[in-house]
Write a protein that binds this ligand. Structure first.
Ligand code: ADP
Length: 217
């Protein structure tokens, strides 16, 4: 890997990190790399990878580190990421993945690891109202009146509720976040690479906070 911005956005499910990543990737013109989107695409394509992860995704568990690390290593090796850098969304999620990322990024260290902080009570409400574009992954918030059919403003794809946004799966994913992903905060904090950003507020306010931190790097 060589030039460009290399940014990792950490944050609980429903912290708004997906939406902010879409916007940040346009703002900084860096590829938005979401492991969740990549895995869901593999499931849609019914590829070997897709078939091997479909059950884990549906139940809200975590895909094995080896599988996900190979996927990310391959993606970060592509020309756009090598040239322009990357904005990682949903990776790393375990300390083993963070160590692998340091290895992959060897020689071009990360510019910033941002922790988008939103309390659990707030994300529970947001997740049950979350809808996503099946094609480009854009996130939407369902109000009291849900358009049917609902098409994406960005690409015209179908806007749907994710199959893993059921209350059981949401709670399981949040528990997993606490146990597996929270240690990352310590991992990056120990090497002074962690920047906590308050994720409660309007999308514009949060975006402004994020760009202020990133620009300072
Ligand atoms: P969320 O953050 O709402 O759980 P994502 O779109 O980031 O959603 O991920 C969806 C699912 O894909 C996760 O629940 C998990 O099963 C799998 N997944 C995504 N990224 C990773 C990762 N880095 N490690 C392991 N599993 C992952």
């Amino acid at each position: 890997m060589s030039k460009g911005a290399r940014i990792v956005l950490l944050g609980r499910q429903g912290s708004g990190k997906g939406t902010q990543c879409v916007r940040l990737s346009r703002h900084y013109v860096v590829p938005h790399i979401s492991t969740g989107d990549m895995l869901r695409a593999a499931v849609r394509e019914n590829s070997l990878l897709g078939r091997s992860v479909v059950d884990v995704l549906g139940s809200g568990g975590l895909v094995g580190d080896e599988v996900i690390i190979v996927l990310v290593r391959e993606r970060l090796g592509k020309a756009d990421a090598r040239r322009r850098g990357f904005l990682l969304d949903g990776f790393p999620r375990t300390v083993a993945q963070a160590e692998a990322l340091d290895d992959i990024a060897d020689g071009s260290p990360l510019n910033a690891v941002i922790d988008l902080v939103v309390p659990r009570e707030v994300v529970l409400e947001r997740l049950s109202a979350r809808r996503v574009c099946r094609d480009c992954g854009a996130n939407y918030h369902a109000g009291p009146v849900v358009p049917s059919p609902w098409t994406c403003d960005t690409c015209g794809g179908d806007v749907v509720q994710r199959e893993d946004d059921t209350p059981e799966s949401i709670n399981r994913r949040l528990d997993l976040y606490e146990s597996q992903t929270a240690p990352l905060i310590e991992y990056y904090g120990a090497s002074n690479r962690l920047f906590p950003v308050d994720g409660v507020g309007s999308p514009d306010q949060v975006f402004e906070r994020l760009t202020t931190v990133i620009d300072s790097r």
